[in-house]
Write a protein that binds this ligand. Structure first.
Ligand SMILES: [Zn+2]
Length: 251
């Protein structure tokens, strides 16, 4: 049996790699031959189809390792989907994907571009402790359930332009090392970026418990940032205000 485990989770799939003791999806081989990549992809989509049609009430891709680019463009995930702890090493696209149930990306790692443009998250979306080592693009995405980017790390640009957050959006202790764009984003409930008391971004908490119009959110953000001594260019929350020094560590 595959020896991969994560808190409260054991893989249990057939062991295929003697050296690592893992199944094909948890194999942590560094180098893959093109035909191995091809095989892995085919196997993954077989697995996807199997899970889509089986009796389980979820997609279990926990800790899966995707060594190459992968696209879930326009795919509808009809069950809760667990990508908890998954590793996406190539460009990853969830372009216009629909998550009909909960989406769990907690602890996932995206080493290359992570594209969630136009994606629809119908229920809760969890990106806690997710690591985006390259661009993270969520442009035009819709989050209809509570959304968490708590402790997420954005090394390059984080683009949340025109995103709609219908419920709570948590960005507590998120680290933005580069530009973070929230222009045109709509927060219909509350958005929380809690800052560090000891730094000049003191306890910055943007808590909108009211409905904000799409056009007004940038100005609202601007106002709040202005009050805290921050300056935003139009429709842009500039990365300088979200440096790790400003945002971490917190208690
Ligand atoms: Zn496994």
């Amino acid at each position: 049996m595959c020896e991969y485990s994560l808190i409260g989770y054991m893989c249990g799939r057939k062991k295929e790699h003697k050296k690592t003791g893992y199944c094909i999806f948890h194999c942590d081989k560094e180098e893959f031959e093109p035909d191995e990549i091809e095989e892995l992809k085919n196997r993954f989509w077989e697995e996807f189809e199997e899970q889509e049609n089986n009796k389980e009430d979820k997609f279990d891709f926990i800790g899966f390792k995707f060594p190459d680019k992968i696209s879930f463009k326009k795919i509808e995930f009809k069950k809760p989907v667990y990508f908890r702890g998954a590793t996406f090493s190539g460009d990853t696209s969830f372009d216009s994907a629909t998550f009909t149930k909960e989406a769990y990306f907690s602890g996932a790692t995206f080493s290359n571009e992570a594209y969630f443009g136009g994606a629809t998250f119908t229920k809760e979306a969890y990106f806690k402790r997710a690591t985006f080592s390259n661009e993270a693009i969520f442009v035009d995405a819709t989050f209809s359930g509570d959304t968490s980017f708590v402790d997420a790390t954005f090394t390059k640009e984080a683009d949340f332009r025109n995103v709609t957050f219908t419920k709570e959006a948590y960005f507590k202790r998120a680290t933005f090392s580069n530009e973070a764009y929230f222009g045109g984003a709509t927060f219909l409930n509350s958005v929380k970026f809690i800052g560090d008391e000891n730094k000049h971004l003191s306890n910055l908490e943007m808590d909108y418990n009211k409905h904000l119009k799409k056009e007004s959110v940038s100005n609202e953000l601007k106002k709040i940032f202005d009050e805290k001594g921050f300056h935003l260019s139009d429709n842009v929350v500039s990365g300088n205000y979200f440096t790790p020094q400003n945002f971490t560590p917190w208690n």
